[in-house]
Design a protein. Structure first.
Length: 216
């Protein structure tokens, strides 16, 4: 699947790629709607409807990924809600060994995530993820999501890399599309980002599930 002699830099998404997306799906699809409904006196259908409508309006934009934005919209401490489900934070299959092998073989590894820094901090406390990487970037550092060409231009400026010798792994197809437009040559996605949901089908990029499948 990968000729590692052609790779110098590995860019890695966090949620649904290195970490199990089950945590985030439970947080955003169950815990937040329940608390939002209770806080505003809404039934489940109304709460879900309002949240889904607003998410649809800002999907793919920086606000979609911004915990401060969602705290203002809901009137809740959304960062605080993250701590209630920390028992669900875990690496995806083979991810820890993969990161350790990248370091051992001299490949540069950079976390590139749309997650808010508040979310990154919570997850790092329970996984020690950041210490396994050479650098970590949140789209909020640059003021543009990974779907935007501005993100990729700024990333290349601050962490110079050769797109033709770079591997990028992400579970989000529009993000992979943006990387492809920037010229990143080696692109992979994830078959089963959420361990509690079935593996995906009809993916537009080569996919794997266990990082053991692609170890250098």
């Amino acid at each position: 699947m990968i000729n590692w002699q052609d790779i110098d830099t590995v860019l890695l998404d966090m949620d649904g790629t290195l970490l199990d997306l089950h945590y985030d799906n439970r947080l955003w699809n169950e815990l937040l709607p329940a608390r939002y409904g209770a806080h505003h006196g809404l039934d489940d259908a109304e709460s879900n409807g309002r949240l889904q409508a607003r998410m649809g309006q800002v999907y793919g934009q920086l606000d979609f990924y911004c915990l401060d934005y969602w705290s203002r919209f809901t009137g809740l401490d959304v960062i605080g809600l993250h701590d209630e489900l920390v028992h669900l934070i875990r690496y995806r299959p083979g991810a820890e060994a993969f990161l350790d092998r990248l370091r051992a073989t001299g490949k540069r590894s950079i976390l590139v995530t749309n997650a808010h820094r508040g979310s990154v901090r919570v997850k790092d406390r329970h996984t020690a993820l950041i210490g396994r990487l050479d650098a970590d970037v949140s789209c909020h550092d640059y003021g543009a999501p990974k779907e935007s060409p501005d993100f990729w231009a700024t990333l290349a400026q601050r962490h110079p890399f050769d797109p033709t010798r770079t591997l990028f792994i992400d579970d989000n197809a529009p993000v992979l599309d943006a990387a492809a437009r920037f010229g990143v040559r080696h692109l992979l996605t994830i078959l089963q980002p959420d361990s509690a949901r079935p593996a995906r089908t009809a993916l537009r990029y080569p996919a794997f599930n266990d990082f053991a499948e692609i170890l250098p």
